[in-house]
Design a protein around this ligand. Structure first.
Ligand code: AMP
Ligand code: ZN
Length: 142
């Protein structure tokens, strides 16, 4: 648990939440300021700031809960689909520094847009640059 972390306080029961599902390691609850009815957050119970800070098994557990909840969430609010995403890092819009996945129900004509719309102009990347980036990622993933 991290002091001054609102999501750790929710895990500890110090701040109320509308819990929809939990396991020993993962908690899912309704977002307090939802982007759509049924907007749900899924968090590891232990404090990790970023997606990449979680142990691999825990990351799998978090995603498994997100995947498990998609159908019940969409059914509960009669949604036509959902956006399933993490804001990872402050620069990416992460406001609460305890990693959390969003499941946001989507509806026909809800005025929302795809994840691609977050970004501005696409960078122009040459083949060599793409090859270098791919090689560097592949090295780091070893
Ligand atoms: P992010 O911008 O990805 O860090 O999203 C943080 C999310 O946490 C926002 O959608 C907030 O509405 C939500 N949130 C903040 N405080 C609470 C809380 N006490 N209970 C439930 N959701 C919260
Ligand atoms: Zn925390």
């Amino acid at each position: 648990m991290s002091d001054d972390c609102i999501f750790c306080s929710i895990v500890a029961g110090e701040i109320p939440s509308r819990t929809v599902y939990e396991t020993d390691d993962v908690l899912a609850f309704l977002d307090a300021n939802p982007l759509a009815p049924g907007h749900t957050l899924v968090i590891p119970k232990s404090h990790h700031e970023h997606v990449q800070d979680m142990p691999n098994d825990l990351a799998g557990d978090v995603f498994a809960v997100m995947q498990r909840l998609v159908h019940p969430i969409e059914s509960a609010v009669d949604a036509d689909g959902s956006t399933v995403a993490f804001n990872n890092g402050e620069v990416a819009g992460q406001e609460v520094p305890h990693t959390h996945g969003h499941v946001v129900p989507r509806f026909e004509d809800d005025g929302g847009r795809p994840i691609h719309s977050i970004f501005g102009e696409r960078p122009e990347l040459g083949d060599d640059e793409l090859d270098d980036i791919a090689a560097s990622i592949a090295d780091g993933a070893e």
